[in-house]
Design a protein around this ligand. Sequence first.
Ligand code: ADP
Ligand code: MG
Length: 299
Amino acid sequence: MSIQVKKVSKLYGKQKALDNLSFEISDAEVVGFLGPNGAGKSTMMKIITGFLPQSSGDVFVNGLNVMEHSLEIRKQIGYLPENNPLYLDLYVKEYLEYVAGIYKLGSKKKQRINEMIELTGLGLEQKKKIGALSKGYRQRVGLAQALIHDPKVLILDEPTTGLDPNQLIEVRKLIQTIGKEKTVMLSTHIMQEVEAICERVLIINKGQLVADQASNTIGSIKESYVLDLQFTSPVSKEQFQGIAGITHIQTLTNNRYQISAKADVREQIFQMAVSNQLILIEMKSQERNLESIFHELTQ
Ligand code: ADP
Ligand code: MG
């Protein structure tokens, strides 16, 4: 077992950021750690990596108690913290040499640095200052530093936040490549990301585990369709409620509505408009709404 979290709670003053959380991650699993902002993801990751002590409970990485072996643990874990703090004034290669120095890689140092540059596609950027790189390339530097000591376990805290769509695809590909050989736990608040990269998903909300399942089954969670609609005249709640599956109707300005449903009701909406002589001028599906899924899971 790579990671074992047993009944972990964390208090910041009186606030409970983690509430009796337990889960396990096996060797070479790629697990998504999903939750809304403030759910406790970063806190949990800082505890697993030994950067923050828990208030109660135990965490083991590769069988070692993190609190008791924090130095040894850091050799076995690669960690990309939230917001990827880097030294912007250093050159890419210089920074990786600095990190390699911390891990005392000795004679392997030069070779490892070159391998990381190759793996993360930093060849053309290695002589640039980190501050001059795009966000996507900075994330690659963050991944290179997390991997340089060849850890078995990788903890990536929101590795794709703030990337543009092309960078997103590239960084996801890179994580998938890495995930073939290593245990990866990655946090995100984007559901599609979990479906794209991870085999399994752990969902937390308010410091508690609300789901632990194969990532290709999250789509089956109920109430996961959200539609934005606009008509040329008002629609009554009763008219919407005639459609089976609609669970929530929010009235916005200018005859706009947002509805949540347990099924894809686009056809029924269109037919309802026709039979009531309403003119539908816009219908947009939102990406599955995480908030509504959390709502469903935590009921
Ligand atoms: P996430 O990464 O899921 O967004 P965090 O672990 O950062 O969540 O935060 C969980 C909760 O703990 C939040 O309510 C946050 O405000 C609080 N929190 C996080 N870090 C601190 C801290 N250093 N001091 C006090 N409260 C904190
Ligand atoms: Mg966070």
